[in-house]
Design a protein around this ligand. Structure first.
Ligand SMILES: CC(C)[C@H](C(=O)O)[C@@H](O)C(=O)O
Ligand code: SF4
Length: 469
């Protein structure tokens, strides 16, 4: 063991059960989140092998991807495929003794919003889920990443995972974010800088003044998209902001256990002189609000910019791929970003579906009206986010402004339910992926922050939020 260790080294070492000479490791898993999409075959595998769940109390199941977001969902799910998946999770959770939040439970929501909300996600833990955006939980200094369905089965049966250690990457974000520029813009800028393969084989630790200044919700937004930067996981060292967020959450340690946990959490930071295989630096003070123009999260541009010209790209393959992206997006090089008109706006997802995101949206929406051409929906990330927003009267602001206020779930982040774009429709979205067809067949997605999405809904096109306020 080296003397000066990174945060990743520490959490990894603390969970190491076995290490083979070829580097294959077995690590202990503290928490396992389960949703309906990637778990059915895993439970089926357990049944076939007559195995049980090793630690049901370390496992939490919730439906999110397939649930409708219309209020009539309490009368049943009409879409058959969705209904089958949701019913399967309910049965599996009951059969294997796992706590389960169904679509009628006030705690139901997107798995990566629910975990932190419940205090199920804690610093220094290893957390897995059959979902790539498990990286979100790294905001707490937990080693959290997505796993495949066969690994879901392995974790259910053994509470361990076979892993090779990744390399260490540091993303240092110094400076102070300008007004109107957010955590979402930080992570989009990072992905623009390193590319979608930039973090491959690495665990990224985000550090620096701008990261420290973020709320837990902002930190979750940053860690959420680590996967879009190709990394296995993202991490932020826990601090007072983290502890304050966790304290008194339903599943957080209490009393003496809290004091002990806190003392341990305080050791969870990268040592002075620890080695990073790669370091990337970014100045937060120079960041603008960012909009994606293509079909990859790395296709970023400042809101003050214009659609880039692929002919300027020297590499032939890249040039062709970006040309195809522009064609798919129905955009012409040179078009000013603020001249791009929108049909739809989606505010929600595990990237930006938390209460602070909705407060930002409300600030912009208050006393204004959604543009007549635009259909704008707001999908809270969980039932608790929804209840909080309603307690603060945000729902009234949204509805008065003409936004559609929905029930919690993944919704149009990936269009597994009825919320989807029609072919050719253009959407400003606070989610994390702008792939072809992601929000509906031939739908066109531009990734932005919640404030930028809200302002676009009202103006009917992108606007520079810094000038608009
Ligand atoms: C459905 C699930 C496996 C998928 C993921 O792993 O990320 C989804 O959540 C997504 O965002 O594309
Ligand atoms: S909100 Fe989107 S990114 Fe997050 S888990 Fe659901 S589908 Fe995946």
């Amino acid at each position: 063991m080296t003397k000066h260790r990174t945060l990743y080294d520490k959490v990894f070492d603390d969970h190491l059960v076995d290490r083979q000479d070829d580097g294959t490791c077995l690590i202990y898993i503290d928490r396992h989140l389960v949703h309906e999409v990637t778990s059915p075959q895993a439970f089926e595998g357990l049944r076939l092998a007559a195995r049980t769940v090793r630690h049901p109390e370390k496992t939490l199941a919730v439906v999110d991807h397939n649930v409708p977001t219309s209020p009539d969902r309490k009368f049943g799910i009409k879409n058959e495929e969705s209904r089958i998946q949701v019913e399967a999770l309910a049965k599996n959770a009951a059969d294997f003794g796992i706590e389960y939040y169904n679509e009628a439970d006030s705690r139901q929501g997107i798995v990566h919003i629910v975990g932190p909300e419940q205090g199920f996600t804690l610093p220094g833990m290893t957390i897995v889920c059959g979902d790539s955006h498990t990286s979100t939980h790294g905001a707490f200094g937990a080693l959290a990443h997505g796993i495949g369905t066969s690994e879901v089965e392995h974790v259910l049966a053994t509470q361990t995972l076979i892993q090779r250690k990744a390399r260490n990457m540091l993303i240092q974000v110094d400076g102070k974010l300008p007004e109107g520029v957010t955590a979402k813009d930080i992570i989009l800028a990072i992905i623009g800088e390193i590319g979608t393969a930039g973090g491959t084989g690495h665990v990224m630790e985000y550090a620096g003044e701008a990261i420290r200044a973020l709320s837990m919700e902002g930190r979750m937004t940053v860690c959420n998209m680590s996967i879009e930067g190709g990394a296995r996981a993202g991490l932020i060292a826990p601090d007072e902001t983290t502890f304050a967020y966790i304290k008194d959450r339903p599943r957080a340690p209490k009393g003496k256990a809290w004091d002990m946990a806190r003392a341990y959490w305080e050791t969870l930071h990268t040592d002075e002189g620890a080695h990073f295989d790669r370091v990337v630096k970014l100045d937060a003070a120079s960041l603008p609000p960012i909009v994606t123009w293509g079909s990859s999260p790395e296709d970023v541009i400042s809101v003050t910019g214009a659609v880039p010209d692929p002919d300027q790209i020297p590499d032939e393959n890249k040039r062709q791929s970006k040309k195809r992206a522009l064609d798919y997006m129905g955009l012409t090089p040179g078009t000013k970003i603020t001249d791009i008109a929108l049909d739809r706006v989606f505010i929600g997802s595990c990237t930006n579906g938390r209460i602070e995101d909705l407060r930002e949206v409300a600030k912009i929406a208050e006393g204004r009206k959604v543009h007549e051409r635009v259909n704008a929906m707001i999908v809270p990330g969980s039932g608790l986010v929804k209840a909080q927003a309603e307690a603060e009267g945000l729902d009234k602001i949204f509805i008065k402004a003409g936004f559609d206020w929905r029930e919690p779930g993944c919704s149009m982040c990936l269009a597994m339910n009825d919320d989807r774009l029609k072919p050719g429709e253009r959407c400003a979205s606070t989610s994390n992926r702008n792939f072809e067809g992601r929000q509906g067949f031939k739908g066109r997605t531009h990734l932005v922050s919640p404030a930028m999405a809200a302002a676009a809904a009202i103006a009917g096109h992108f606007v520079d939020i810094r000038e608009w306020r």
